[in-house]
Ligand binder design. Sequence first.
Ligand code: SF4
Length: 476
Amino acid sequence: MGRQATSLLDVKDVLEERKAHILVKAAGCSGGRICCEKESIAGSISQRACVYCGARVVLNPITDAVHLVHGPIGCASYTWDLRGSLSSQANLFRNSFSTDLREQDIIFGGEKKLSAALEEIITGYKPTPRLIFVYATCVVGVIGDDIEAVCRHQEKKHGLRIIPVKSSGFVGAKPMGYKLACAALMDLMGDGPPGKQPGVNILGDYNHGGEAWIIEGYLRKIGVKVIAKITGDSTYDQLLKAPSATLNIVECSGSMAYLTKQMEEKFGIPFMKVRFIGFEDIRDSLVKIADFIGGPAMVARAVRLADEEQARIGPIIEEYKKKLTGKTAAVCVGGTYKAIAMIRQLKEFGIKPVFIGTQHGTAEDYKIIHDFSADGAVILNDTSPTEIEKYIKEKKPDLFVGNVKERTLSLKMGIPFVDFNHDRKYPLTTYEGMINFARELHLTANSPVWKWAGSDLESAGRVHHDVSHLKVRLAP
Ligand code: SF4
């Protein structure tokens, strides 16, 4: 033979236009700049989801709402179980509703079908829903159905709220979906109730594993009332009260950026970015909130709570830390908010992040990621599987913390994978979640199974890409 097989990566490597979206932390350097908040480069196989998906992320956790997808049945495959969110009361949001548009509807228009679907839901579903979101998908944008008019007509006829979300996939990227969802929430809130009450809204926590409940519990302990959770475990009535809060505390700032600004302008509610991942960030967040809402006495309660919780779980975390210190990690998350929190959390566990991939983020957040990262760490905006593979092979991390999109790639390369995905059913953030997360990191990274997966990344990568051993046998 004599000829060495060439892996796909050796040939393709990184696209020229993508280079500005990749940042390597130089020794001692701060304030690194990365190209971000741009559309994906053609051919880069972006992992970003569509506009409609972004809108569903934000609105779907409203538990007593119907989420009606106006489009082909395929769009409706984005269901509750793909991105779970726990509810303390209603479970209506866990049902899937779709107008199931077919070829005839595309030719003659889908408005009649949408109207009929709304009638069917309103008259046939018991108890009658009080709130319906109607999501426009790509094809609806193409054929030009006037979903606004249909929703208005049905709203008037039946006396309930029906809010159209014009989330055709091609009107932008996922953040556009966030913005449209935030606009729908503003529409829902209207002018808000009269007067204010001291308390906060929790924005950008989707209660995937019950985290919003735990955070609400912390706040209750220090004397802070939660007016509304937006949108994890929220209800129609709760959302209507949100404009009366005195402060918005924001976790996922990417998805909530538009809402925070709008609520500040319209209702005069200031906002504060908070993080409930890692000892330092949880303490800082509780103290900041207490300082704003209640002053020194409340701050003292926040400090006491943080001290007590740290004393309670600190020894447990120390035990895991002994097993994790010195390991390196690759991290892939959707937004930069989570990336920042994740870097800080992993460092508290003694783990060094050497690769940080995100799909979206602001220049301000990437600067923070850069400054928090270790020297030599690679930071990517709008990741693609090809680039992830390239840098994983270069950086050779001991484990990979990511979402469902990276799971298969990581496992094929023989890298222990810790799932930080939205379909999990228990918390990985907050103090309680820290124990779960540390345990999962330890069990995954130190599992003996990886010795059978092969530790040679180079050969693992070649197995994935090199198809030269597959010979086509032609019939004689
Ligand atoms: S068809 Fe459009 S709206 Fe539906 S899932 Fe695909 S990109 Fe999103």
